[in-house]
Design a protein. Structure first.
Length: 285
């Protein structure tokens, strides 16, 4: 099938997209490669990115609030970062790029579809019951440990009465037990830190401020444990010829507060450089 102009191409993309709501962008991409001639491929891909821009304007990911198989497959299909005129698609691409290939391959391992609310409620109830059972088991284990300790103490006393070296054996056993308990506590503490993706909108007072220099200053001066800046940033029109700076970062929730980041940026040059800093996207990873 030959596509002769942009109007016909747009109609084709819309028709293919209507066939599946959950994976519309992916279907658009596959249809483009299947039926668009070489001379119209660029135009068709641009329209597909427009569709992606519409979806990502409402949700942080194509699959919704969480990354999915559709995000992975669409990311793999794009050879380069989307143009700056598609800010949502561009930010989405850079966010997905921040994840390793190994992590992206795990997205959508289970078949995606419309969520069954009743099934979700049942799953939550089952998880809660399992959690309660685990708590009861832990309490029982603690009680058993206390009984074992009392029993061992009694055995140690008997050793003291009927044989030599009882104290040394008892101390050795207690030392081993303390060592194991310490190792178990360390394992429990070693949990992966919760992280979030934040996209900021930085506005300045006038055109005299060089936003490229401001971005580099933010990357350098706003530094703290648990904060990692994305080196790619965007400049977008704001008002009266003034542009605004769009920057993104990934933070560890327990170590970094978004308010601390905003306060540090707004205090540049005694609060005479930056007009305001707003959060555009705040998404848990």
């Amino acid at each position: 099938m030959c596509i002769r102009d942009s109007r016909e191409c747009r109609i084709l993309v819309d028709e293919v997209a209507d066939k599946s709501i959950n994976r519309q962008i992916l279907l658009v991409r596959k249809s483009i490669y299947a039926i668009v001639p070489q001379q119209s491929l660029y135009l068709a891909m641009a329209l597909a990115i427009e569709k992606m821009e519409e979806v990502l304007a409402k949700e942080p990911f194509i699959g919704g609030n969480l990354p999915s198989e559709a995000d992975r497959e669409n990311f793999d299909s794009l050879k380069e970062v989307p143009d700056a005129k598609f800010p949502n698609a561009r930010a989405w691409f850079l966010l997905v790029k921040a994840f390793s290939q190994e992590v992206r391959m795990k997205w959508g391992e289970k078949k995606e579809g419309k969520k069954d609310k009743k099934k979700d409620k049942k799953d939550k109830k089952d998880k809660k019951e399992k959690k309660d059972k685990d708590k009861d088991k832990d309490k029982d284990k603690e009680k058993d440990k206390g009984k074992d300790k009392d029993k061992k103490d009694d055995d140690f006393n008997e050793d003291d009465l009927f044989g030599e070296g009882g104290d040394e054996d008892a101390q050795k056993i207690l030392d081993e037990k303390k060592k194991k308990d310490a190792e178990n506590k360390k394992k429990e503490k070693k949990k992966e830190a919760a992280k979030s993706y934040i996209r900021f909108e930085v506005k300045v007072y006038d055109t005299s401020t060089n936003l490229d220099d401001l971005a580099l200053r933010i990357f350098k001066d706003v530094s703290m444990e648990g904060l990692r800046w994305e080196k790619d940033y965007n400049l977008e029109p704001f008002a009266f010829g003034v542009n605004k700076l769009i920057i993104s970062c990934i933070v560890e929730d327990d170590k970094v507060s978004s308010d601390d980041i905003i306060d540090t940026i707004t205090q540049f040059d005694n609060e005479e450089l930056v007009q305001s800093v707003d959060i555009l996207v705040f998404s848990k990873l």
